[in-house]
Ligand binder design. Sequence first.
Ligand SMILES: C[S@@+](CC[C@H](N)C(=O)[O-])C[C@H]1O[C@@H](n2cnc3c(N)ncnc32)[C@H](O)[C@@H]1O
Length: 310
Amino acid sequence: MALPMFHEPVLKEEALRFLVTEKKGIYLDGTLGGGGHSEAILKTLSKSGRLVALDLDKDAIEFSQKRLKFKNFIAEQANFKNLGEVLKKLKIAGLHGILLDLGVSSYQIDTAEKGFSYRTSGKLDMRMNSKQELTAHEIVNTFSGEELGEIFKKYGEERRYRAIARVIVKEREKHLIETTTDLKEIISVVLPYRNRVKSLSRIFQALRIAVNEELENLKSALEIGSNYLTTGGRMVVISYHSLEDRIVKTFFKHNSRRCVCPPDLPICVCGEPGLLKLLTKRSVQPLEEEIQRNPRSRSARLRAAEVLER
Ligand SMILES: C[S@@+](CC[C@H](N)C(=O)[O-])C[C@H]1O[C@@H](n2cnc3c(N)ncnc32)[C@H](O)[C@@H]1O
């Protein structure tokens, strides 16, 4: 029996082209999901190459382990920010490439019980790792109005963050806010009809980022991951919103320069190469054909960099 569709990999050919430079190399897919990218990597590697894949979500690990029957494939339930610990356990000292395809999978968004989406009704949850304690339910029902507003402003870039936080606090005095539908209805009251869908997406995105500490995890993974890459090793990151993309862009840019000029010089004159070489001056975006086939790819931005000799 065919396994159900879990997630259609985004920018698959492009990611593969940037990532795999050595067929006998060791690679890490930090965001296994349905294993679409992992499968493409495994098909490209020779038998002596290896792929280690991580995901916070047990369902993704179980699904992909069933699907990908490759001897040189290892999947572990772990946060990609802890990639160092996993590699240490596997006695892997260096990598030829790391792929991060950020955010959530279609399976996670479409599974109502995971509580990620206002389009399906489920208990407010949003945890990628079901063992984690903090849920969206706890944030929405116990964080102060100021804390909620800060989350909506910082992670959702939502202009109406104060009004939304206020209406949540007012409503929860009457009863706990239990489901995604409850939250959607409460927020909708303070949103103009014309911007409702965009604002709802922003608020749900903000809560998801806060629950899963997505931006902190990304920053750690970029720092730690780049230290595991051998000379010529590649880091490829696909992001889906401007907050993530900005972090990747800044990290790559910052590390593609290692200035040795005296600090009082107004501009850099040394021309020293950095730790990384940028492979994508501008982000790579899906072609119209991919967007037509898979509308969820629309916001994807891929950036890649290569480690220079240290
Ligand atoms: C967009 S999906 C990846 C889809 C995958 N590339 C494919 O082809 O099916 C993102 C996945 O990354 C996982 N994820 C997000 N943040 C993570 C983190 N910090 N550590 C490990 N996995 C994470 C999510 O649980 C989700 O399964």
